[in-house]
Design a protein around this ligand. Structure first.
Ligand SMILES: [Zn+2]
Ligand SMILES: [Zn+2]
Length: 151
Protein backbone atom coordinates (compact mmCIF):
# COMPACT_ATOMS: atom_id res chain seq x y z
CA UNK A 1 0.00 0.00 0.00
CA UNK A 2 1.32 3.49 -0.83
CA UNK A 3 2.22 5.74 2.10
CA UNK A 4 -0.73 8.13 1.67
CA UNK A 5 -3.10 5.17 1.41
CA UNK A 6 -1.54 3.54 4.50
CA UNK A 7 -1.95 6.85 6.38
CA UNK A 8 -5.64 6.95 5.44
CA UNK A 9 -6.12 3.33 6.50
CA UNK A 10 -4.42 4.06 9.82
CA UNK A 11 -6.67 7.10 10.35
CA UNK A 12 -9.78 5.01 9.56
CA UNK A 13 -8.67 2.37 12.07
CA UNK A 14 -8.07 5.09 14.71
CA UNK A 15 -11.65 6.36 14.20
CA UNK A 16 -13.19 2.88 14.30
CA UNK A 17 -11.33 1.91 17.49
CA UNK A 18 -12.33 5.23 19.13
CA UNK A 19 -15.99 4.52 18.24
CA UNK A 20 -15.65 1.07 19.80
CA UNK A 21 -14.10 2.54 22.93
CA UNK A 22 -10.78 0.81 22.20
CA UNK A 23 -7.37 2.45 22.42
CA UNK A 24 -5.05 2.55 19.40
CA UNK A 25 -2.09 1.30 21.41
CA UNK A 26 1.47 1.37 20.00
CA UNK A 27 1.25 -2.43 19.50
CA UNK A 28 -2.00 -2.11 17.50
CA UNK A 29 -0.49 0.73 15.46
CA UNK A 30 2.64 -1.35 14.65
CA UNK A 31 0.54 -4.29 13.45
CA UNK A 32 -1.79 -2.12 11.31
CA UNK A 33 1.21 -0.39 9.73
CA UNK A 34 3.08 -3.66 9.05
CA UNK A 35 -0.01 -5.12 7.36
CA UNK A 36 -0.58 -1.92 5.35
CA UNK A 37 3.02 -2.15 4.08
CA UNK A 38 2.90 -5.89 3.30
CA UNK A 39 2.46 -7.17 -0.29
CA UNK A 40 -0.16 -9.70 0.87
CA UNK A 41 -1.70 -11.44 3.89
CA UNK A 42 0.87 -12.39 6.55
CA UNK A 43 1.16 -15.27 8.98
CA UNK A 44 1.90 -14.53 12.63
CA UNK A 45 5.50 -15.61 11.96
CA UNK A 46 5.78 -13.23 8.98
CA UNK A 47 4.45 -10.40 11.11
CA UNK A 48 6.84 -11.16 13.94
CA UNK A 49 9.70 -10.96 11.43
CA UNK A 50 8.33 -7.80 9.79
CA UNK A 51 8.17 -6.14 13.20
CA UNK A 52 11.76 -7.27 13.91
CA UNK A 53 10.50 -8.86 17.13
CA UNK A 54 9.54 -5.44 18.56
CA UNK A 55 6.39 -7.14 19.88
CA UNK A 56 6.66 -10.29 22.00
CA UNK A 57 4.69 -13.13 20.38
CA UNK A 58 2.16 -13.21 23.24
CA UNK A 59 1.25 -9.56 22.74
CA UNK A 60 1.24 -9.99 18.96
CA UNK A 61 -1.35 -12.80 19.31
CA UNK A 62 -3.45 -10.66 21.67
CA UNK A 63 -3.26 -7.66 19.33
CA UNK A 64 -4.33 -9.77 16.33
CA UNK A 65 -7.31 -11.16 18.27
CA UNK A 66 -8.51 -7.68 19.31
CA UNK A 67 -8.07 -6.17 15.82
CA UNK A 68 -9.82 -9.13 14.16
CA UNK A 69 -12.76 -8.89 16.59
CA UNK A 70 -13.02 -5.15 15.80
CA UNK A 71 -13.16 -6.01 12.05
CA UNK A 72 -9.95 -4.14 11.35
CA UNK A 73 -8.34 -7.38 10.19
CA UNK A 74 -9.56 -10.24 8.08
CA UNK A 75 -8.28 -13.66 9.07
CA UNK A 76 -8.15 -16.47 6.59
CA UNK A 77 -6.47 -19.81 6.17
CA UNK A 78 -4.13 -20.45 3.27
CA UNK A 79 -3.88 -23.71 1.31
CA UNK A 80 -1.64 -25.17 4.02
CA UNK A 81 -4.20 -24.39 6.72
CA UNK A 82 -2.02 -21.63 8.21
CA UNK A 83 -3.87 -18.53 9.44
CA UNK A 84 -3.02 -15.32 7.60
CA UNK A 85 -4.04 -11.78 8.44
CA UNK A 86 -4.62 -8.72 6.30
CA UNK A 87 -6.40 -5.38 6.68
CA UNK A 88 -10.11 -5.81 6.01
CA UNK A 89 -11.39 -4.93 2.53
CA UNK A 90 -13.25 -1.82 3.78
CA UNK A 91 -9.74 -0.43 4.46
CA UNK A 92 -7.80 -1.76 1.47
CA UNK A 93 -10.38 -2.07 -1.30
CA UNK A 94 -11.58 -5.24 -3.01
CA UNK A 95 -8.81 -7.50 -4.30
CA UNK A 96 -7.83 -11.10 -4.90
CA UNK A 97 -4.86 -13.27 -3.99
CA UNK A 98 -2.19 -15.13 -5.89
CA UNK A 99 -1.21 -18.19 -3.86
CA UNK A 100 2.07 -19.96 -4.72
CA UNK A 101 1.71 -23.67 -3.96
CA UNK A 102 5.50 -24.10 -4.05
CA UNK A 103 6.87 -21.46 -1.63
CA UNK A 104 3.57 -20.60 0.05
CA UNK A 105 3.74 -16.88 -0.68
CA UNK A 106 0.38 -15.10 -0.89
CA UNK A 107 0.26 -11.78 -2.77
CA UNK A 108 -2.52 -9.27 -3.29
CA UNK A 109 -3.62 -8.71 -6.85
CA UNK A 110 -6.10 -6.09 -7.94
CA UNK A 111 -7.97 -6.53 -11.16
CA UNK A 112 -9.04 -3.78 -13.56
CA UNK A 113 -12.69 -2.68 -13.12
CA UNK A 114 -13.82 -4.19 -16.42
CA UNK A 115 -12.47 -7.68 -15.58
CA UNK A 116 -13.83 -7.33 -12.04
CA UNK A 117 -17.26 -6.61 -13.59
CA UNK A 118 -16.96 -9.76 -15.70
CA UNK A 119 -16.13 -11.81 -12.58
CA UNK A 120 -19.05 -10.24 -10.64
CA UNK A 121 -21.47 -11.09 -13.48
CA UNK A 122 -20.18 -14.67 -13.55
CA UNK A 123 -20.54 -14.95 -9.77
CA UNK A 124 -24.12 -13.62 -9.95
CA UNK A 125 -24.99 -16.13 -12.67
CA UNK A 126 -23.59 -19.05 -10.64
CA UNK A 127 -25.27 -17.88 -7.42
CA UNK A 128 -28.57 -16.97 -9.11
CA UNK A 129 -28.75 -20.46 -10.62
CA UNK A 130 -28.86 -21.80 -7.07
CA UNK A 131 -31.42 -19.23 -5.88
CA UNK A 132 -28.68 -17.49 -3.93
CA UNK A 133 -28.18 -13.73 -3.66
CA UNK A 134 -24.46 -12.97 -4.02
CA UNK A 135 -23.23 -10.02 -1.95
CA UNK A 136 -19.53 -10.54 -2.59
CA UNK A 137 -16.90 -13.03 -3.63
CA UNK A 138 -13.43 -14.18 -2.72
CA UNK A 139 -11.19 -15.65 -5.37
CA UNK A 140 -7.69 -16.96 -4.75
CA UNK A 141 -5.65 -17.97 -7.78
CA UNK A 142 -3.39 -20.93 -7.06
CA UNK A 143 -0.23 -21.83 -8.90
CA UNK A 144 3.47 -21.07 -9.10
CA UNK A 145 4.89 -17.58 -8.47
CA UNK A 146 7.37 -15.88 -10.84
CA UNK A 147 10.37 -16.65 -8.58
CA UNK A 148 9.45 -20.34 -8.24
CA UNK A 149 8.92 -20.61 -12.01
CA UNK A 150 12.51 -19.44 -12.59
CA UNK A 151 13.96 -22.07 -10.20
ZN1 LIG B 1 6.68 -19.31 -4.97
ZN1 LIG C 1 -13.32 -9.58 -7.21
Amino acid sequence: MKTAQADRAEQAVAELLADEGLRFTPARRLVVRALADAPGPLTTGDLHTALRSRLPLSSLYRTLTVLAAARVLAREHDGGGVARYELAEWLTGHHHHLVCLVCGEVRDVSIDPQTEGTIAALVERIAGGAGFEATGHRIDIEGKCAACRRR
